[in-house]
Design a protein around this ligand. Structure first.
Ligand code: SF4
Length: 218
């Protein structure tokens, strides 16, 4: 992409991101437009100010903000079940604690331009924490997650662009991790066990969506 094409694409995506922010606000979420990844990282740090515990849902989008070192420096307890070297029991303990942490950080698999958040999960721990339990939830949404279409298109996006590479990343023994295509498998390793749709902000959860004008995650 040439410089001018890139600038025009950034401008176009800014309009889409800003329109999404309005749609999310209409659905009672707090929503913030972040022009850059650094702005999104700073917004996460600001949201963590009064949190003692910060949970991580295993999102690549959040990982790409690289906020963990900054949060650790602030003295936050980081609840990350993806840390290397953990036993299955330790992972389970961390995932349970994420359900009641002060601040939960996650991405989303897809969001429609009119503000519906669609997610597919294997264990369900990530989507459960997005809905109820943590005092505050921050959802980091890269512009590549915005879908022109309805929730069926969002579901399709996940099946085509997110689940197969996620299965590969997580070393799952699924057909999609081999071929790159969803086979609606019945594998014990299937990562598509639970599908959630957030149509409005869950009543008892403080949810802030950061809409970032950059590609983040899968
Ligand atoms: S249903 Fe199975 S094959 Fe399809 S994306 Fe999910 S894990 Fe992969």
């Amino acid at each position: 992409m040439t410089g001018q094409s890139r600038d025009l694409n950034d401008w176009l995506m800014e309009q889409k991101c800003r329109s999404l922010v309005h749609a999310l606000e209409h659905r009672r979420f707090t929503a913030v437009y972040c022009p850059t990844v650094r702005d999104a990282a700073d917004a996460v740090i600001a949201a963590a100010e009064s949190a003692a515990t910060v949970g991580f849902g295993g999102s690549l989008s959040v990982a790409e903000l690289d906020v963990q070192p900054r949060l650790a420096e602030m003295g936050k307890e980081l609840l990350d079940h993806g840390r290397p070297g953990l036993t299955p029991e330790e992972k389970m303990t961390i995932m349970r604690r994420q359900l009641t942490c002060d601040l939960f950080l996650t991405g989303t698999n897809a969001v429609t331009q009119d503000g519906c958040l669609v997610n597919i999960d294997g264990n369900g721990n990530r989507v459960a924490s997005m809905i109820f339990g943590p005092k505050k939830v921050v959802i980091v949404v890269g512009r590549n997650k915005i879908v022109d279409g309805d929730i069926n298109d969002a579901y399709l996006r996940i099946k085509q662009k997110a689940s197969p590479p996620n299965a590969k990343r997580l070393n799952k023994k699924t057909p999609c991790a081999e071929t790159g295509f969803c086979a609606d498998c019945d594998s014990p390793d299937r990562i598509c066990m639970v599908t959630t749709l957030l149509e409005r902000k869950p009543r008892l959860t403080d949810v802030c969506v950061l809409v970032v004008n950059a590609d983040l995650g899968l």
